[in-house]
Design a protein around this ligand. Sequence first.
Ligand SMILES: Cc1cn([C@H]2C[C@H](O)[C@@H](COP(=O)(O)OP(=O)(O)O[C@H]3O[C@H](C)C(=O)[C@H](O)[C@H]3O)O2)c(=O)[nH]c1=O
Length: 180
Amino acid sequence: MQITPLAIPEVMLIEPPVFQDARGYFMESFHQQKLGTALGRKVSFVQDNVSYSERNVLRGLHYQRPQSQGKLIQILNGEVFDVAVDLRRKSPTFGQWVGQILKSPQQLLWVPEGFAHGFLVLSGSATVLYRVTAHYAPENEHTLAWNDPALGIHWPLQGTPRLSGKDQQGLSLQMAPVFD
Ligand SMILES: Cc1cn([C@H]2C[C@H](O)[C@@H](COP(=O)(O)OP(=O)(O)O[C@H]3O[C@H](C)C(=O)[C@H](O)[C@H]3O)O2)c(=O)[nH]c1=O
């Protein structure tokens, strides 16, 4: 399993071994012991999510506080620009963002607890599967503004993004509850 820390090192690209043969390929997209050893911590997922979106849809930036969710993101079809924002007040990268193009199920992204997460669909459509370490708690969910100038996220926009009503009303970093 290849682990590549990104610019914010707790956010990592995970590339499990892929077993190719004349039929196609097989891979273990999640193996608790192997991932735990690679990340240096136990990871227990309690919920799987799948979302389907069309081009230019931007979902996020979401997080739960408390009940913060670690997320293992895997794109099943299409291409997205995936973003994580560090909301851990004591972190040296607090308020910073990291982006990663995901376009193969063979490359997964680990976003730990304490981060806001979202993605922009770059292809005609995208199907994203992600496993989370805490159950959905809508009463504790918050939305960070995708376009907050204080974050300065360089979304590779192809026109105006398509947002949910909730995501059109995200909080600025200054106003958003963060993790102490
Ligand atoms: C997240 C979630 C949503 N829902 C219901 C609530 C709404 O009726 C409907 C759509 O929810 P929402 O608009 O919040 O879905 P997304 O905008 O894709 O939210 C996700 O977007 C970004 C990319 C994330 O990282 C989060 O994990 C997640 O919040 O699904 C559930 O029933 N369970 C859930 O775990």
